[in-house]
Ligand binder design. Structure first.
Ligand SMILES: [Zn+2]
Length: 622
């Protein structure tokens, strides 16, 4: 299915209508024309209010200004205009101009064609990579949630001056001209988050290009290890593509109590990560893969991008079926780059890949939703999960990463090790790095060009069907997929069983997940819990008359034999219920990658080429 609902593209204002050369000339003319200017101040950081004064040059009358409803890279309508307040418009002589709200995100100003000054405030009290934040310690500006724009002036240069509180200064990847940050157009402004803070940046260099790191939130880490590890990862990415595509780069890192995530930008990234986890080896590894993920996006999505998102439509959802490639392939490379940088042993790499396969195979929704649909419906599914999501959806990150790994191995097999997914990425880069956008079938076409036409069957099965994935490409590198029963609630798969076979007995199974300590999060379709009538949001209180919390409920059920009947007591909307549940047999859904028993020399060599490690160091799956 090809879906493309993009009003901005079909309107007369679209940059893509008309002849290409004319467009380029028009664009460069637009940039020479008078810019849109913003001055942002933060006189009362504790109020979480940014004061914005915007100047729009003379143009159409009335002047129509709008806030984006979403921020590129994060596919959810967030209605940023809900945080805008006290908007007032003036002409150049400071005389008030009539201003009206046309809809949830749009203002109309009776400007009479003259230049307009607009003052407004933006409430910013949400510290995520997709929103803006201001408090007594810093300001973080995510452009889409701060800057009102005019579609007619969108192609012009946009400039921002920041009035920082004493001791603070702005960090941003944009060019500077005096005290102004200079964006070539509104899209570049939105793509260039600004951190205003008293921090001293850390410096590193990749492929001769300066990179800065700005940290917020009491960093409990070794700064020299941070810069040295980031440098190695970025160098690994630069090596793949033959250099880096920007003249400077900025890592904005926010260390928080809970929550994690990253958002890619064209010359920067914002990362949020739980600070105390950084002190653990697993947490550090997770952090490095997050940084590698956003850095890989410099190529894969920020420049090689879906054509249906060119240009972005800031007014509504922008649909593409290609998120499996832009997020899935990027997720595959995030681990691989850390491996290539020498910061993750090959054995650990295989464990992590096994954990991703486990996540896929433990999700019943993989049998309901294709990878293509998961990409297309990101706006209402992936970004708006509910208790039915595990039963009805599959993540394009998770399945996309597994498909990318299998695709890489399949290309290596089909071309007798002459080509790999690296070559697909390089060809995509050569062909689409100019940002004109990849068509909905473009990634498949390029992969077939590199790996051979037989890949079309691979894509049909992996992207367009809910059939189980074909894991046979693992054989090419001497590995096979194995399954076992999870041994504890914390068991994420990826490794062979820790228990000896004699210690393993069949385990009783309910088939539900938790939200918090005792509340049912979701009920697995077709499970004993569903058959017995346990619902999401039920609050578990007892098993067979004895008090339990959620974790104890599951572990006690696992002590019982499949087929036994247990009595589960729970509150549902304040009412105490007791339900009889006939326990099932806990499924073997923990996956791990194990060596084949008698590997050939060719398999060993292919393994070494894939993970840059000798076969002898290959994980035996434990
Ligand atoms: Zn991503």
């Amino acid at each position: 299915m090809k879906e493309q609902v993009n009003p901005a593209e079909s309107s007369g204002a679209s940059e893509r209508s008309g002849q290409k050369m004319g467009e380029a000339r028009q664009r460069s003319k637009a940039r020479l024309a008078e810019p849109v200017r913003y001055r942002v101040s933060m006189p009362e950081p504790h109020s979480h209010l940014f004061d914005v004064e915007a100047s729009y040059p003379a143009s159409d009358s009335p002047l129509t200004l709008a806030m984006p409803v979403w921020t590129p890279g994060s596919y959810l309508v967030r209605e940023f205009s809900r945080n805008v307040q006290q908007a007032a418009a003036f002409d150049e002589r400071a005389r008030p101009l009539p201003i009206a709200r046309l809809d949830k995100r749009t203002f109309s100003i009776e400007s009479g064609g003259r230049a307009v000054r607009l003052r407004y405030r933006v409430y910013a009290n949400e510290l995520t990579v997709r929103t803006s934040h201001l408090d007594g310690s810093h300001g973080y500006l995510n452009g889409a949630s701060i800057f009102l724009y005019s579609e007619a002036l969108r192609g012009r240069q946009h400039r921002v001056a920041i009035d920082a509180p004493p001791g603070w200064r702005p960090f941003c990847a944009l060019d500077r001209d005096g005290d102004e940050l200079v964006a070539a157009d509104y899209d570049e402004l939105v793509d260039s988050p600004v951190e205003v803070s008293p921090q001293q940046p850390l410096e590193l260099s990749v492929a001769g290009v300066p990179h800065q790191v700005v940290l917020w939130g009491e960093a409990l880490l070794d700064a020299s290890k941070l810069t040295s590890d980031l440098e190695k990862i970025c160098e690994a990415a630069a090596q793949l593509f033959g250099g880096v595509p920007m003249k400077r780069y900025l890592f904005l890192i926010y260390l928080v109590d809970k929550g994690r995530g990253g958002l890619e930008h064209k010359a920067s990234t914002s990362l949020v990560f739980p600070r105390f986890q950084l002190a653990t080896p697993k947490g550090w590894e997770d952090f490095l893969t997050l940084a590698a993920h956003e850095y890989f996006h410099l190529w894969n999505v920020k420049r090689i991008k879906p054509r249906s998102l060119v240009p972005f439509n800031y007014a509504a959802e922008n649909y593409t079926g290609l998120l499996w490639a832009f997020e899935g392939i990027t997720s595959y490379y995030d681990n691989l780059l850390v491996r290539r940088a020498g910061l993750m042993p090959a054995g650990r790499y295989l464990v992590r890949l096994g954990e991703v396969v486990t996540s896929l195979q433990a999700t019943p929704g993989r049998k309901m939703q294709t990878l293509l649909e998961a990409s297309q419906m990101a706006w209402i599914k992936h970004y708006r999960p509910d208790e039915n999501s595990p039963n009805s959806c599959i993540s394009y990150y998770v399945k996309g990463e597994v498909v990318a790994a299998l695709l890489d191995l399949e290309i290596r097999r089909a071309t007798h090790e002459r080509r790999s997914l690296d070559d697909v990425m390089r060809l995509l880069w050569a062909r689409y790095g100019d940002e004109r956008g990849v068509g909905e079938d473009g990634v498949e076409e390029v992969a077939c060009e590199v790996g051979g036409p037989d890949l079309s069957a691979f894509f049909d099965r992996s992207l367009k069907s809910t059939e189980e994935l074909d894991y046979s490409p693992l054989q090419h590198v001497g590995l096979e997929l194995k399954f076992r029963v999870k041994e504890s609630a914390a068991d994420r798969g990826g490794t062979a069983a820790r228990l000896k076979p004699a210690e393993m007995k069949p385990k009783g199974w309910l088939g539900a997940t938790l939200k918090g300590s005792s509340t049912i999060g979701s009920v697995v379709a077709g499970s004993p819990a569903m058959e017995a009538g346990i619902y999401a949001e039920d609050e578990i209180v007892a098993l067979d008359g004895f008090k339990v919390d959620g974790a104890t409920l599951f572990s006690r059920c696992e002590e019982r034999q499949p087929g036994e009947v247990v009595r589960v007591s729970l509150f549902r909307q304040d009412r105490l219920l007791e339900l009889a549940v006939r326990l099932g047999n806990k499924p073997a859904d923990a996956a791990y990658l194990a060596r084949v028993e008698h590997p050939t020399d060719a398999q060993k060599a292919a393994y070494s080429a894939w993970l840059s490690a000798p076969w002898e160091e290959a994980a035996s799956g434990s």
